[in-house]
Design a protein around this ligand. Structure first.
Ligand code: ADP
Ligand code: MG
Ligand code: MG
Length: 866
């Protein structure tokens, strides 16, 4: 593959791993009959070859010239010609889109002779010299490594000298002067003449695009999005078309639907008399495509054709398409198309509406959802009742509610983020340093449209962005900005509404989100196809309520220990811990009982009849005490001296608490603790059931190792439960099961299942005990391991299916041999997409995750079932 060149005239298999995304789209568009300037594609494999050998495959250059000949023939122009020169664009294009991360060179093939040819042929001398100027600037920057600002400096100087307000006010003569100065500056900077030979220009440009695969931005982007560094990029060499030939020409970008909201509309922007990156780079603020008709001249015709192309592209891609086009003298050319990036809201709306339009099926709609992005839809929005002090309005480039303190540089925004404070990044223009977008609450730019890099990147990351807000005057040096006369300094509070484009002074209040009709539809479809139940981890009634609102079918894990830290319960807890006799311990526990009962009453009510899996006390007791705590209450309650108490606290210390006196071992040694908890659960259940609500408590024994522990704990807990039920003369549907979090429990799951009615995998501890890695200590080596690919990923973020997963499989299989159809869930933190697939595969009953992940998990589970 590496030694091939793919030309526009030979139909080839559309394969992104070969042609890259951009190359595929060029091939596809010419296949469906859209006008695309002639091109050839150098495949990704050639880039890989180049990276490995620092050279091209044998005889590759000859193939390039043969392909170039085809473009010359198709266009009737000649590369480097002094009469009718062919100009080229050299464009990067990897197999996944990396907007703005790699390089493109336009107008290649110009030199002192061909520029004259271009001038004569176009009858527009100014245009020709402007193209030449742009070429030297772009090529100088991308290929020769001359700083961009050196060029800007010269251009600005000339504009001042000739009192030109804009670039377009410079005449052909001025531009000739500019080219001369550019060339002199280039020579001075790199100690080398600007290359004159067009072939030489092309070869170096191709290599520069290869090299841009490994530039810092691109590498960072790939790390962020887990893209393979070995793929390489394709290079697309294409005949140039010109959007800067006057008012009947122009350039633009569009989307077949609004990428922020998903609404079906003719969305996009264009700039008349402009070329290349002018729209994306946000140099001038563009005109909406939907207003194109009213511009008059050739534009109503172009608009019609564009609408037609929108339909053709959507019909072909069956998805929202992001497209780039250029109009030369009234003729429309398509330069790129791809499935567009979108916000979570748009992702949901587009998929749901395409199902309604009959374009895709429900299953396809579900498979297109990115479960991790669904979390964005659960984020807060501005409180509609809050008073908005709007200081300016820009373009609503990426929705969301951003509240933070103003910063003017990427570095400052990142520093503020690292200091734990929210930042709003304000920029005059749009420079895509992605890390700063990740770390900001929102982005505000003075220039640039909805297609500017900042906007694209913000949308991709679910960050709010207001773009092209011309009222904003940034003074980076003074570290302040003026908005309609009002001064904002670094650190001042600002709120951005990415849905309306409003810039709001101060910290606007936010509220919980509302689910759209389309979002509910997607979730309904997810519920229809998924087989796994989705439960939630919840320690408080508020969490449980939230999760139920998000669609949780019950609680998969309640950690009772959290309940002991609240208010003055901790004092009774400590009293219990320092008890010397069972009697003392029982007395302290009796104080805790009503608190626990109240907690459970709240949980059962919030669940409205759904099951609740409640884990008995798990952590070692010393976690509730410390030498730094206030000893006074304890001295008062126990009558012991401070020294005595301090010595006792010391005595609780363990060398390896994770493997120490915890979990069911506490209940085995101090049965009264487990009894108190079982009683609290059952009293609460009885009370709530008496109000007419259903209750289904599940009582879970933690850190279980041996069947004998299970048998003993089961007896103990059941005995207390039955006592309560007898006292109340009531029946409650309760179950006793265990957490499976030790390898031995997995291996002996068949025996344990004789006494456990259900299992729930605690994958955090199971991962620690299977891999022998302490999660609290792994920071010293895990980053190195991941860097060197010693481990394929962090086992605490994703289930290690090969190791831990095998034990889980064994436990499921053995458990169900003893107890067919046994309920088995998982309540670790590894409930990301890949882990959900695994859970489905090994036949779990449910997964349990934090409330805000419940909707995403519903979708993941559906995807796993499809
Ligand atoms: P990116 O991947 O950053 O979008 P592209 O390769 O698409 O880079 O090029 C950037 C811009 O250059 C395009 O949006 C388009 O306006 C311009 N461009 C690329 N190829 C051509 C061409 N053949 N003729 C005219 N303009 C072009
Ligand atoms: Mg592009
Ligand atoms: Mg555990």
């Amino acid at each position: 593959m590496a030694d091939q060149v793919f030309t526009f005239d030979v139909p080839t298999e559309i394969d992104k791993t070969v042609l890259g995304g951009k190359g595929c789209s060029l091939m596809q568009m010419s296949n469906i009959g859209l006008d695309v300037p002639p091109f050839f594609v150098i495949p990704c494999q050639t880039c890989v070859h180049y990276m490995e050998n620092q050279s091209w495959p044998v005889d590759y250059e000859a193939k390039i010239w043969a392909a170039l000949k085809k473009i010359e023939d198709a266009t009737g122009r000649k590369f480097g010609d002094s009469a009718k020169p062919l100009l080229l664009s050299v464009r990067s294009g990897a197999r996944v889109s990396m907007p703005g991360m790699m390089d493109t060179v336009l107008n290649l093939g110009l030199n002192d002779e061909s520029v004259e040819g271009l001038a004569k042929d176009s009858g527009n001398e100014r245009f020709a010299w402007d193209a030449y100027r742009r070429f030297i600037q772009m090529y100088g920057d991308v290929v020769l490594g001359v700083p961009h600002k050196n060029f800007e400096h010269i251009l600005e100087g000339l504009k001042k000298k000739y009192s030109a307000a804009q670039d377009t006010d410079l005449s052909a003569e001025h531009l000739k002067e500019c080219v001369a100065e550019y060339r002199a500056m280039v020579k001075k900077t790199i100690n080398e003449e600007f290359p004159k030979d067009p072939k030489d220009q092309l070869i170096r440009a191709i290599n520069a695009v290869f090299d841009s695969w490994t530039n810092e931005r691109a590498v960072y982007y790939r790390n962020m999005h887990s893209i393979d560094h070995r793929w390489g990029t394709a290079v697309n060499v294409q005949s140039m078309v010109f959007g800067n030939l006057g008012q009947t020409s122009g350039t633009g970008v569009g989307f077949t639907r609004d990428p922020a909201t998903g609404e079906k509309m003719i969305y996009g922007e264009f700039l008349p008399n402009a070329q290349g990156e002018d729209v994306v780079a946000g140099i001038r603020t563009p005109i909406k495509i939907s207003d194109m008709e009213s511009v008059g001249g050739v534009w109503p015709g172009v608009y019609k054709q564009l609408c037609d192309n929108y339909d053709k592209l959507e019909a072909f891609y069956k998805d929202m398409v992001d497209l780039e086009f250029t109009v030369q003298d009234g003729k429309l050319y398509m330069l790129q198309a791809r499935v567009g990036k979108r916000t979570a809201a748009a992702m949901v709306r587009i998929a749901a509406e395409m199902v309604k339009e009959g374009m895709i099926t429900e299953k396809e709609a579900l498979l297109r959802q990115e479960p991790n992005k669904i979390g964005e839809l659960l984020h807060k929005t501005f409180d509609p009742k809050a008073v908005r002090n709007v200081v300016a309005t820009g373009l609503p480039a990426s929705p969301g509610a951003g509240v933070g303190r103003v910063e003017f540089t990427a570095a400052d925004a990142e520093a503020r983020f690292n200091a734990g404070e929210p930042a709003i990044l304000v920029r005059a223009e749009t420079s895509p340093r992605i890390s700063s977008v990740t770390m900001s609450q929102g982005i505000l730019t003075a220039r640039g449209g909805c297609s500017s890099h900042a906007a694209v990147v913000a949308r991709g990351m679910g960050k709010c962005c207001v773009a092209g807000c011309s009222a904003v005057e940034v003074d980076e040096e003074a570290e302040q900005m003026k908005i309609n006369g009002k001064v904002f300094k670094r650190g001042d509070w600002l709120s951005l509404d990415g849905s309306t484009g409003e810039v709001i002074e101060g910290q606007l209040a936010t509220i919980a989100p509302v689910f759209s009709e389309n979002f509910n539809l997607i979730l309904q479809w997810a519920d229809k196809y998924r087989q796994l139940d989705i439960r939630t981890n919840a320690d408080t009634p508020a969490d449980a309520k939230q999760a139920v609102a998000f669609g949780a079918q019950g609680i998969g894990l309640t950690r009772t220990e959290h309940m002991f830290f609240e208010h003055d319960r901790i004092y009774s807890m400590r009293e219990m811990i320092v008890s010397e006799t069972a009697e003392q311990r029982k007395a302290a526990l009796a104080k805790l009982l009503p608190f626990q009962r109240d907690d459970f009453i709240g949980m059962f009510k919030a669940l409205e009849g759904r099951p609740a899996n409640i884990r008995l006390l798990d952590p070692p007791l010393h976690e509730f005490v410390s030498q730094e705590m206030d000893f006074a209450p304890l001295i008062k309650a126990t009558g012991k001296s401070e020294e005595e108490l301090r010595a006792f606290v010391d005595s609780l210390a363990e060398a390896n608490p994770m493997l120490g006196f915890r979990g069911c071992r506490l209940g085995m040694v101090y049965p009264e603790i487990s009894r108190m908890q079982a009683r609290a659960i059952m009293e609460a259940a009885a009370e709530v059931q008496a109000t007419g609500l259903e209750v289904h408590p599940e009582i879970m024994i933690p850190v279980l190792n041996h069947v004998n522990e299970m048998e003993a704990m089961r007896k103990l807990v059941a005995d207390e439960c039955e006592k309560v039920l007898a006292e109340k003369n009531i029946k409650v549907d309760y179950h006793i099961g265990t957490m499976i979090e030790l390898p031995r429990a997995c291996i002996t799951a068949d025996k344990i299942a004789e006494h456990a009615e259900y299992f729930s995998f605690g994958t955090n501890d199971l991962t620690q005990t299977t891999t022998g890695i302490s999660r609290d200590d792994y920071n010293k080596f895990m980053p190195v391991y991941l860097d060197k690919s010693v481990y394929p990923f962090d086992f605490f973020q994703r289930i290690d299916t090969e190791g831990v997963g095998e034990l889980m499989k064994m436990a499921v299989q053995k458990g169900r041999t003893t107890r067919p159809g046994m309920k088995i869930g998982i309540c670790g933190e590894q409930t990301g997409q890949e882990s959900v697939f695994f859970c489905q595969q090994i036949g779990l009953t449910y997964i349990s995750c934090s409330p805000f992940r419940v909707p995403g998990a519903r979708v993941s589970a559906a995807q796993a079932a499809l």
